[in-house]
Design a protein. Structure first.
Length: 194
């Protein structure tokens, strides 16, 4: 952990010097993001966090992998016969999703891109608190019966000021379980290129 922290400090100290010298290499990108996932089948909004790593093969093509964890969400129920009462219940539904694939992009400080990725969605039910331990046990407990294949076509925009940037993705995260289920997926967060 100390080595990672030390490396990040050194990287952040020398990034402005490298940018000032006109260094424009862009071999890879690392980003973290906030994730919104609209589960269409149950009209459930899920939110979470994720990370992605992208590696350039040309200025126009990257291959990237990403993994996100969506926390449990509450849902409401109405009971109307006697004046209308609203109940908020815990769903205990959590989602781990990962994908890998190519990203075609325009060059420059503001990039438009399209992507098509394949991967998995793991739907899980748990009343355990959302902690790092819960996340790691979810990853280690991936089972074939909980996994659904995913195809994600999407696009977005990213902009950079030196090595630091912001990225917005919007797409259709289709999972396959007795047919295709279309779901809105939006991610937004900072990116570092190196």
């Amino acid at each position: 952990m100390n080595r990672i922290l030390y490396g990040l400090i050194v990287f952040s100290l020398f990034s402005p010097v490298v940018a000032a010298q006109g260094y424009s290499a862009n071999h890879a990108e690392f980003g973290v993001y906030a994730d919104y996932f609209r589960l269409h089948q149950t009209d459930t909004n899920l939110g979470g966090v994720g990370a992605r790593l992208s590696v350039n093969t040309t200025p126009y093509l990257q291959f990237e992998a990403q993994l996100a964890y969506d926390f449990e969400q509450g849902f409401t129920e109405r009971f109307r016969p006697f004046g209308g009462t609203l109940f908020v219940q815990r769903s205990d539904l959590r989602l781990l999703h990962g994908s890998f694939g190519p990203k075609l992009q325009t060059p420059g400080p503001v990039r438009l891109f399209v992507t098509a990725k394949g991967g998995f969605d793991n739907f899980g039910f748990s009343n355990a608190p959302a902690t790092l331990g819960t996340f790691t046990s979810t990853v280690s407990d991936l089972r074939a019966d909980n996994l659904n294949a995913v195809f994600y076509p999407g696009g977005g925009v990213e902009t950079f000021l030196g090595p630091i940037g912001l990225r917005l993705d919007v797409g259709d995260e289709m999972y396959f379980n007795h047919g295709a289920h279309h779901n809105l997926s939006i991610t937004f967060g900072p990116t570092i290129r190196f």
